[in-house]
Design a protein around this ligand. Sequence first.
Ligand code: HEC
Ligand code: HEC
Length: 305
Amino acid sequence: MRNLKQYAFIGIIMTIIVVISCKTRFDTTTSTYKAVASPKAFERGKELAFSNCAGCHYDHSVNKFIGTQIHDVPGIAGKVFSANLTHSKTNGIAPKYSDAEIRYLLKTGIARDGRYMAYMLRPNMAEEDINAIIVYLRSDDPAVSAADTTVGLTHFTFIGKAYMDMEAKPIRYKANVKMPAKNDAIANGYYLIDNLGCFHCHSQSLKSIDYQYPDKTKGYLAGGIKFKGENGTEIYASNITPDKNTGIGNYTEADFLKALKYGVAPDRKLKIPMPKFTMLKDSEINAIYAYLQTVQPKYNVVKKM
Ligand code: HEC
Ligand code: HEC
């Protein structure tokens, strides 16, 4: 009897997992939106692609957006590779997408085949910036010119799939988001912390990111997430609240600029996965700095490697 009950129990659990892992597709978009190209949109799009998408899609050995492996996924869940975003007819993913589908992916996390993927979810990105990124991806910049290579295809194990489906939380498309006012440094700083994904890496856990309301994220900007760094070594994302003892409360504006642009902090050289934001304008970095001064300082000791 007891054995039978146990089997029944296992059976129910298995059924639940299978049911959950079948519900993998969401509705996609029917919009016919087309990006509007201009030299200004191209420049802005390039800046954003290098300051945001590059972190996961750019290969520095070939200087192209051919995709990379994402190492911060536990092996038990499977292997995750970002996509080739170049114009390659065989391996490029962006060319298969319509402009509306790229916009939808960035705003809601839903891919063109209905899969949910949160990596590039940017619900609060302004229409103008989304347009700029698409213009850049369609451009003849050498970094997106066709490269018929592939780094590999994402493969989730059964466990990885069940987990991804449980965590799938597509976001309702938020239309007509505007850029913050040009002269409002603090609002621009918050916009960049959000849209460049700083708060994804610099808060408590990659599993509790609040994509819609970034500053509601657990442990917002107080750091501590462990990443795989160079050669698989461990490294922890810093506390970037203005706490004087454990955060960046002693940073000057000039220190902050050096850290972001050149990867040099007052006490050390910063290591990957902290990106070098070489394309950001000084005024934008200063805006992020100004915003960070308004964040509640949090005492949280993070190991420096
Ligand atoms: C945090 C890492 C990360 C960032 C940042 C990122 N991506 Fe991705 N991207 C991924 C991963 C991982 C995949 C593949 C997911 C999969 O295969 O399940 C992907 C897939 C894609 C795809 C293909 C989706 C499909 O249907 O397979 C497109 C298009 C894309 N990304 C565009 C972008 C753009 C544009 C940006 C910048 C605005 C960006 N990504 C930023 C990690 C990232
Ligand atoms: C992919 C994850 C990731 C992203 C995205 C990221 N960081 Fe970092 N950041 C890190 C890690 C990891 C470190 C620690 C590097 C080290 O200790 O060598 C770090 C370090 C820093 C430091 C140095 C602080 C100190 O300890 O002195 C600052 C400042 C910083 N990041 C700000 C930012 C800002 C602002 C953004 C967005 C524009 C950002 N980071 C985006 C992972 C990230």
